[in-house]
Ligand binder design. Structure first.
Ligand code: ADP
Ligand code: MG
Length: 205
């Protein structure tokens, strides 16, 4: 079972990962956007870590709803409301349980991803964060490691796609040949589940 502490570790591990990879995320966004994705994510998740420490929410659902709210209020770019909605909706789906199973998390995250799709109007193959998130939630119940691998494969598969949503879509054909920055950051969010569970992703998540 996954307790409140696990969810805090998940958010903190995401903050560390986006801090470490911020330059790469920004470089990806420089190619097909406005070169702010790394700084957006770093600012947002630093604020998430800070508020979680300050307010110390006591359930998994409360950790994620607070994190989501914080992202929405601190990140100006498109990714703030989208990731904020993802975490808020996922947290809401977890309700006020003290502990949740991996399957419950997989279902809740599925609801969160559906909310992102609804908010942004994007579908699979539109070259967005959804291209990493959708395949990840499908296998998340099996293992976090598989989910991370699926997210990575989905992110890499955005390279040949033409962007149909967000800033990159303004480039049309010229968006082809670059990895979507939001898909790359989604890999970090999903990969942080493996780190939070303290496994190498080998299946006992
Ligand atoms: P901005 O585009 O406002 O500069 P960011 O650079 O932080 O914001 O985030 C860009 C990422 O947001 C994109 O790479 C893409 O993955 C994601 N994104 C943008 N629009 C959408 C959308 N409508 N649906 C899903 N994801 C989107
Ligand atoms: Mg940007």
């Amino acid at each position: 079972m996954l307790d409140t502490d696990f969810f805090r570790r998940w958010m903190d591990a995401t903050a560390v990962a986006v801090g470490r990879e911020a330059d790469r995320l920004t470089a990806l966004d420089a190619a097909i956007g406005d070169a702010d994705h790394g700084s957006n994510m770093r600012r947002g998740f630093t604020a998430v870590s800070d508020v979680l420490e300050k307010e110390a929410p006591t359930t998994p659902g409360a950790v994620l709803t607070l994190a989501g709210r914080q992202l929405i209020s601190t990140v100006g770019g498109a990714s703030g409301p989208l990731y904020g909605t993802l975490l808020r909706r996922t947290g809401k789906a977890l309700g006020d349980a003290q502990e949740v199973s991996t399957d419950q998390l997989a279902d809740a995250l599925g609801a969160g991803v559906a909310a992102v799709a609804q908010l942004g109007g994007a579908h699979a193959g539109d070259k967005t964060m959804l291209d990493a998130l959708l395949p990840a939630v499908e296998v998340l119940g099996a293992s976090f490691g598989e989910a991370r691998d699926a997210a990575l494969a989905g992110a890499l598969a955005t390279v040949p796609l033409r962007a149909r949503k967000g800033r990159a879509s303004y480039l049309g054909e010229r968006s082809i040949g670059h990895q979507d920055p939001g898909a790359a950051s989604a890999v970090l969010l999903v990969g942080a589940l493996v780190e939070a569970s303290g496994t190498s992703g080998g299946g006992d998540a």
